[in-house]
Design a protein around this ligand. Sequence first.
Ligand code: MSK
Length: 655
Amino acid sequence: MSYKYPYLNTDMPDKNEVLQKTPNKATKELIRKISGDGNETYLDRFASQQPQCSFGLNGTCCRMCQWGPCRITEKSPRGICGRSQDDIVISNIIRSLVSGLAAHGRHAHEIIYTIKGIAEGKINLKLKGITRIYEMAEKLELDIGNKTENQLAGEIADILVEDLGRMDNKNIRLLEVFAPEERKKLWGELGILPRSAAYEIMEALHMTTLGSCSDWKAIAGQEKRSALAYCYSTLFGSSLATEILFGIPEPNETEVNYGVLKKDHVNILVHGHSPVMIEKVLEKINLPEIQQLARDYGAKGIVIGGLCCTGTELLARYGIPSVTNILGQEFVIGTGAVDCVVVDMQCVIPGMKILADCYGTQVITTCNSNRIPGAVHLPFDPEKPETLDEDAYTIAKTAVEAFKDRDRSKIHIPDVKTKAYGGWGYESIVDALGGLDNMAELLKQGRIKGIATVVGCNTPKVAYENNHVTIVKKLLESDILVLTTGCCSHALLNAGLCNRDAVDICGGGLKGVISEYGVPPVLAVGGCVDNTRTLRLFISLAEKLKKPMKDMPFMFVGPEPGNEKTVGQGLSFLMHGVSNLVGFPAPIPVPNPIPVKGSADGEMERGSNNIADYFGGNGAMEELGAKIYTEPVPELAAQTIKMHIKRKRNNLGWK
Ligand code: MSK
């Protein structure tokens, strides 16, 4: 059964449909187990929320002042203040976008201030990304002279801080040094070059508050400006700073999936996005006394498993097994085998703690922005790092101590483990595929028909992980190389697609590439901020082939959009001329087909509204050379992506 939403041209799945379609056998077992234990998950709460509000789904509810809420209908086409549907819809979207920008900005802030703390000798960590320090210093034209690596990193951090918070009318420095010339010129002509994350958030909220801007096109302009701030200040800022801090990732082989947990071990999960505190906690867990403590309590050892983007960061750097993503966080608690979850920031849902209480799992929060009632709280603050070592030790000890007190009678760990090859970065992809010249040639010859970055969250609105996995399998069959990050990467890692053995499902061209170069068909490139690695690759390949980005056979795919942060991910690529495909209609009224006036044979034409026409029609295409497609049915989504890539190749004269 599914929940019907005819005005969106789609359905949403109930628990039975998820059980039928979700690709991971372990997930099915755990959904049944948790229900059998009498506990609820997001699937039950999603059912209680049915039907979801049509105004919310269409983005036509305005809550940007205290006169409303106002809802747009045929009877009331304007809000109380006179605001139009277009103004309301675009304002809701930009507010989501800048929420995501704020989240990544806060993430960037923690990482960059950690670098500053290390450079000033206040934080007891060692910078590992020396190559990145020198590359950035050169790009930012710093005077290297006899400066130490820490001094240079400190100077780079200062520039990244300016990019987060600059108020005067100057460009984001990372945009100046990393964006393609052709795009910088275009953005300049469109008047959408951003100042900083903070300024653009301020301006977006300002423009959309009561009595401010009532020109939807001007708000759309601010949306594009904010998307560029998102991309270059917070994504590039976080990703590059993390590489300076912890080093550039190298591909490594490991095992992933729920079966990495062990009944007779202490099982600790790490969750969130910013792995600074956890880096220290790992150091403490490896201390002989903590290992001994685990044995004293009867455990045979300690297992660390990764959730969400902290999970993908640790997989990339240390080959630490990842387990699952945002919508799997309750399922893994339902194994009853998790002793402790250490969380930092973002994507930690309250339902996880509710279930943790049911299974006796300890939750430890480590970021002041992410408090959870009832959790042990030991925050990391890079500006007050004095207790970092001591707190990390307490976390390691508390996590191990949780093992001895827990009821172990409800444990069921699905026996599902998958071999995976993760930890790809910009440099390692280019090296593994024989250099940029060779990669460009592989694309031109059609051995790789195109590259899709398939990324992002999960949503309860499509059958869990089914869109991610189905779309990617179809793309591989058609010789489209896939790069992935974030929660999508957990689905693909667990499905065995980030493993060379998946070669058999690829088309002939891609099969040959995989066999020749020894790469897996899906390259897991890290957490959600690491989409910058893919963007750098797209930019470099377009430059190598002397083609504008908009002409290249590339696509951004977000099959299961969920978090507000996803809005900026897609728009970051759109701004570069890379079209998007999203797996569920955005909160924009769907342009439902309407009968052609006077047609006797039932002919239909595409419906229309300004915002859908801008993003999904000719507006963005004419301005940026890219548009957004929406398709919730995964088989049709894959078809759309293949057609898009084929069209690009035809226009380039490539077979
Ligand atoms: S964790 S932002 S649900 S990818 Fe980065 Fe996953 Fe999306 Fe959070």
